[in-house]
Design a protein around this ligand. Structure first.
Ligand SMILES: Cc1cc2nc3c(=O)[nH]c(=O)nc-3n(C[C@H](O)[C@H](O)[C@H](O)COP(=O)(O)OP(=O)(O)OC[C@H]3O[C@@H](n4cnc5c(N)ncnc54)[C@H](O)[C@@H]3O)c2cc1C
Length: 253
């Protein structure tokens, strides 16, 4: 990719292969058939389509950055993806937009410089697993469509040792696969959520002021009261901008 041609194309026209946003070429939003949220305008899953996969930086010496970045052990990686290491791939990451499983954090001790303890509790609610399995079925159907078949697209049958007791491609197999290898996209929210005074879990009011404490605001993605059908970086920026206006208004600046 790092050819002179591509570099010139990027520097002169802001175009070409180097203008790709980190390999994410397209996103889509789906509602699963058995969604427990009847509102059709609220998707359950975001499909993140990538012109590559966790084996894309492989080849001689094996995959490095992606495998390690996703903290996948060598043995799991090798047994599941070793056979396609370094091959041309595309991938679709189903991202669970509205997890029903709840995590939490707590202070480790009274030293403010120590990191808190984080408990993700991922996939503890079985509805989250069912939503993922439905998303996998959707991706399988998508792969079978003519536009994908024009390129001979095939789903790689990653077989995990941990899931050998299940028939490949059964719902039980996919549940096992999901529990074997799933990553977070780090969109934690709601640990200081916004809400009215009577809300037991609310920390801040609509102007980001901490209930019951004067002159203290919380300004970050932790104030988002519930999951959003999106990633959290842009909302965090919007919260920051809004907070600047609120603070200026309070102090008549
Ligand atoms: C690996 C990773 C990938 C992500 N990818 C995406 C993505 O592709 N798209 C997307 O939308 N979102 C993404 N996110 C999520 C997004 O980055 C966060 O939701 C967003 O940054 C949250 O903003 P924030 O201001 O709430 O917190 P942060 O960005 O975490 O900011 C908190 C700040 O407080 C500082 N700080 C902490 N303790 C102290 C202290 N004691 N004193 C002073 N300063 C302190 C920290 O250094 C930090 O700068 C990703 C997150 C991670 C971790």
């Amino acid at each position: 990719m790092l050819s002179v041609q591509n570099t010139i194309s990027w520097l002169q026209h802001g175009d070409g292969i180097l203008s790709s946003p980190g390999g994410v070429e397209g996103i889509g939003y789906i509602k699963i058939p058995n969604s427990d949220d009847p509102d059709l305008s609220v998707p359950d899953i975001e499909l993140i389509n990538i012109g590559g996969s966790i084996v894309s930086d492989g080849g001689p010496g094996g995959s490095t950055a992606v495998r390690r970045g996703m903290r996948i052990s060598e043995s799991i990686f090798d047994e599941a993806f070793g056979s396609i290491d370094g091959k041309e791939t595309w991938s679709t990451f189903p991202m669970l937009l509205h997890p029903k499983s709840f995590g939490y954090l707590e202070l480790k001790d009274s030293n403010p410089f120590n990191h808190p303890r984080l408990y993700g509790n991922y996939l503890t609610d079985p509805r989250d697993v069912a939503t993922f399995v439905a998303a996998i079925r959707h991706v399988q159907a998508l792969t079978a469509t003519a536009p994908f078949q024009r390129y001979g697209a095939r789903i790689h049958p990653a077989k995990y040792k941990t899931c050998r007791m299940h028939t490949f491609d059964s719902d039980e197999y996919w549940e096992c696969a999901i529990r074997t290898l799933t990553a977070t996209l780090h969109h934690q929210i709601a640990t200081c959520r916004m809400g009215p005074v009577g809300d037991r879990l609310a920390v801040v009011d609509p102007e980001l002021r901490v209930h019951g404490i004067r002159r203290l605001r919380v300004v970050d993605s932790s104030v988002l009261p519930r999951t959003i059908s999106a990633h959290t970086n842009a909302p965090a920026l919007a919260i920051g901008l809004k907070a600047a206006d609120l603070i200026k208004n309070t102090w008549k600046i």
